[in-house]
Design a protein around this ligand. Structure first.
Ligand code: NAP
Ligand code: ZN
Length: 353
């Protein structure tokens, strides 16, 4: 059976400009669910991808979107996990080998055969397309249940941005009132990082590129401290004070001044994905026995855990809901650092044609 037709918005070339595009979904496999997409978050990775910044062979037309919330409208014959009508989420991966030691340890996102939601090729040879689309087909392993208590548009940013902060903070720091952390870059990932770190009991410092977000960081996000990274006096005063920094900055930045904020044996966790190599001075690492690590989204288990944790605590994401016709403006504003803090597309009520 040929899959159903989907209406979407796609980038056609590295200008990244999106316009209406239609395609046929891949055939519904026995373990697949078909979604009617309701909402989709806009992540900075989508901006990197539509511009061809992350891979040398970006495949156009490219339908972005990997913070997808939708209603199940069709099920493969072997799907036990969901029912028609369930509200489910899809995040940063849609496939893996399912057999290697990483997949067997719920670390599919690190599987060398992982399949990204777009700009990739599915097992049947068809291109993958993301959530800026009326419909999506996904293997049940890569979908999670959105808790009833959580509004679907609120859940969208948790599926990638949220778990990107949650996974490394849980692994390296956990719930601990003695931990002092820094969140670098107060955007989509950063604002959820602050909320998650606070919920884990950490003392949280926001490290921002300007003073503009100070008031909102302290009052709306309940951060404990705020540092402007270009203010040398503030940075000097905060030297050797943090156990970790979660670096979410999407553009090139020198790490030297940030590393000075870490205590001895502190950890810099890279999640932002600038195109250019980041420079470090060996001495800055050696003399403080510091660690730099990286982290890619989170496991499906962690995504579900975060959604349940969020719903259980009645936490909120800070989003600006927009229609698909606004998507090019949204990317422009994201690039200018003009969003508080995540655009979410109201796909279901947008005209996609
Ligand atoms: P975003 O919403 O655009 O936020 C990025 C933040 O970085 C901005 O709010 C800004 O915070 C700061 N920034 C500093 N200099 C900037 C500049 N020149 N242009 C834009 N922002 C600047 O982005 P996001 O969606 O949170 O994503 C952040 C990065 O993480 C991207 O590189 C994305 O690809 C990556 N990412 C990685 C993963 C993963 O699995 N590792 C998952 C999701 C996203 P201030 O105003 O506070 O300085
Ligand atoms: Zn694998």
């Amino acid at each position: 059976m040929v899959g159903r037709k989907a209406n979407a918005w796609a980038a056609r070339d590295a200008t990244g400009h999106l316009s209406p595009y239609s395609f046929h979904l891949r055939d519904t496999g026995i373990e697949d669910v078909v979604l009617r997409v309701m909402y989709c978050g806009i992540d900075h990775t989508d901006l990197h991808q539509i511009r061809g910044e992350l891979t040398s062979n970006t495949k156009y037309p490219l339908v972005p979107g990997h913070e997808v919330v939708g209603e199940v409208v069709e099920l493969g014959s072997e799907v036990k996990k969901f029912r028609v009508g369930d509200i489910v989420g899809v995040g940063g991966i849609v496939g893996s080998c399912g057999e290697c030691s990483l997949c067997n340890s719920n670390l599919d996102q690190y599987c060398s055969h992982r399949i990204l939601p777009y700009n990739a090729v599915y097992k049947d040879g068809t291109p993958t397309h993301g959530g800026f689309s009326s419909n999506m087909v996904v293997h049940q392993r890569f979908a999670v249940k959105i808790p009833e208590k959580l509004a679907p548009e609120q859940a969208a940013p948790l599926l990638c941005a949220g778990v990107t902060a949650y996974s490394p903070l849980k692994q390296w720091m956990g719930c601990n009132e003695n931990v002092k952390g820094g969140i670098m870059g107060l955007g989509g990932v950063g604002h959820l990082g602050v909320k998650i770190a606070k919920a884990m009991g950490h003392h949280v410092t926001v490290i921002s590129s300007s003073d503009k977000k100070r008031k909102e960081a302290m009052e709306d996000l309940n951060a404990d401290a705020f540092l402007v990274s270009t203010d040398k006096d503030e940075m000097r005063t905060a030297a050797n004070s943090l156990d970790y920094i979660l670096d979410t900055i999407p553009v090139f930045h020198s790490l030297q001044s940030y590393l000075s904020l870490l205590k001895t044996q502190g950890k810099l966790i890279l999640v932002g994905a600038p195109q250019q190599p980041l420079h470090i001075q060996a001495g800055d690492m050696i003399l403080g026995k510091k660690t730099i690590t990286g982290s890619f989204i989170g496991s499906m288990e962690e995504v579900q855990e975060l959604l349940d944790f969020w719903a259980g605590k009645g936490m909120t994401t800070m989003i600006e809901l927009v229609k698909m016709s606004y998507v090019n403006n949204a990317f422009e504003r994201m690039e200018k650092n003009d969003v508080r803090y995540r655009f979410v597309l109201d796909v279901a009520s947008s005209n996609l044609e």
